[in-house]
Design a binder for this molecule. Structure first.
Ligand code: ACK
Length: 287
């Protein structure tokens, strides 16, 4: 079995710089279930005798995964390793010599953003604005690094140290665009109209999904298009239907998202840099 894993990974010199030993990681407590297996809280000791850091560890059990899924797990890690930003979850490395494979990440003390929003429904209004701008900063940074996230959603963001951190790069691909195989199951409520119509992903389809995340934040973590089935969403969004924002949303922000994130034509949408500029000026928040 060890040979099989080694065949898949160890012949790739690109792995070596971010590989780490299983012995440097201690798993402490299960946090939840992810697509490839459990996510746990743990400790990682980068240097012998050094100080351990609290981390989140995603475990993948190769005996349960197909070769394609293992490659996807490694692809996610490879993308994350090139990203370093306050609003993107940090990757320490991957332990790939034994089973289960470990992906060792920054621990976000409050867990997933949608869960945090649901559990804390009475945050100060400024906090929601900050969260939206932080998500925008994180996604702008991914785009600067030529990464289309492709799965922006509050459930794929984490919250820790009062910072939103974009996570779950499992579907991410290099830009500028990507056409998906139509047979794959997708999170339809977050998809841009051109993705619904032509399976087309781009930086601009991420901008659409960012608008949905802003809506989720203002709506305290409820599911987008409440009361509608997935089939209805698919149908209505193609006909031009867009969600309303709650009354407490600033009308200028709601207008910006409707016009500049959910425009039918991707060309008319903002880039993430433009969205960041608008929000930063509007909220008067500096970094
Ligand atoms: O809402 P949660 O507690 O936050 O439940 C999910 C679960 O693991 C499955 O994804 C949590 N989780 C995932 N990655 C991290 C992380 N880096 N830091 C803290 N919690 C995490 C997530």
């Amino acid at each position: 079995k060890k040979n099989r894993i080694q065949n898949i990974f160890l012949n790739r010199p690109i792995m070596r710089s971010w590989e780490l030993d299983h012995e440097t990681v201690v798993i402490l407590k299960k946090l939840g279930e992810g697509a490839f297996g459990e996510v746990s809280m743990g400790e990682y000791t980068p240097k012998k005798g050094g100080k351990p850091v609290k981390v989140a560890v995603k475990q993948a059990k190769p005996e349960k995964l197909t070769k394609v899924q293992i490659k996807e797990f490694m692809r996610e890690a490879r993308i994350m390793k090139n990203l370093s930003h306050e609003n993107v979850v940090k990757l320490y490395g991957v332990a790939a010599v034994q089973e289960p494979l470990y992906m060792v990440m920054e621990l976000a003390s409050n867990g997933s953003l949608d869960g945090y929003l649901k559990k804390n429904p009475d945050l100060r209004p400024e906090v929601y604005n900050e969260m939206i701008l932080q998500a925008a900063w994180g996604l702008e940074y991914c785009h600067e690094k030529n990464i289309i996230h492709r799965d922006m959603a509050a459930r794929n963001c984490l919250y820790g140290d009062r910072q939103v951190k974009i996570s779950d790069f499992g579907l991410s691909r290099p830009g500028p665009s990507y056409r998906m195989d139509s047979s794959r199951k997708v999170p339809l409520r977050w998809l841009a109209v051109e993705t619904l119509l032509q399976y087309e992903y781009s930086f601009k389809s991420d901008v659409w999904s960012f608008g949905i995340v802003a809506w989720e934040i203002y709506m305290k973590g409820i599911e987008p298009y409440p009361g509608m089935t997935v089939a209805e969403v698919n149908d209505q969004v193609k006909r031009g239907y867009r969600m309303e924002f709650p009354p407490n949303t600033n009308p200028e922000v709601a207008k910006m998202i409707m016009a500049k994130c959910w425009a039918e034509d991707p060309v008319s949408r903002y880039t993430m840099t433009e969205a960041v500029g608008f929000l930063r000026d509007f909220f008067g928040i500096k970094r």
